[in-house]
Design a protein around this ligand. Sequence first.
Ligand SMILES: [Zn+2]
Length: 267
Amino acid sequence: MAPANHAHGPACFRAWLEPWGRLGTVGLYRDEAVVLRTQKLGEADRIITLLTRRSGRVRAVAKGVRRTTSRFGSRLEPFTHVDLQLAEGRTLDVVTQAETLDPFAGLMGADYERYTAGTVMLETAERLVVEDKEPALQHFLLLVGALRAMCGDGRPPSQVLDSFLLRSLSVAGYAPSFDACARCGLAGPHRWFSPASGGALCATCRVPGAASPAPQTLTLLGALLAGDWPVVDAAEPRQRREASGLVAAYLQWHLERGLKSLAHVPR
Ligand SMILES: [Zn+2]
């Protein structure tokens, strides 16, 4: 094959494999997504930041979405779980169809504690998925699962949030240790905890400024990470608050810039 053909290689072939739209346009694709954020664009449009099942984080334009007559209605509001058709664009893709799968926006907006905790989840998901269009299936599944748990089973939003944050950080490569020493690996339990060091620390590895949480708080943190709900349910309110504080400190340490939305979560 002549080198000149390379420019028309994989991308062209991929476009050929995509379903053809009604007008025979190439570059249309379908995906499932959670709306993370929206920003105004021009008179009536918005840029929608999505976490998709297959393509990771995608930024796409929704044309006319701010008009009252928009065919998208409220389906492209933050939190909503949608089935989308998008057209590949030169810089940003364009949303051409949207169907609601889970109306999380209405459910999350109905409760202040849920809304503030959910906002932290959306912001965290956007920040931990660092590249656009790089598949991030685990992050997507965690987010949809956490939104379902928050809207469904009556568990306090702060518990769902803490569990989501610990699991998301683990998927992103920042798995904390709550038992073995994060520095030397010595089996725990240990008395000290340092977000900067990656979790629990033994007496030898202890660093200045390390917290010394109650032993039950470290057990609770391990249960939140593992989704061991009977252990979470048995925890005292004081340990839940302490655990939430350590999760917040751990998250803030591992994100380059702090998370503004975290300050609004009632603890
Ligand atoms: Zn150690």
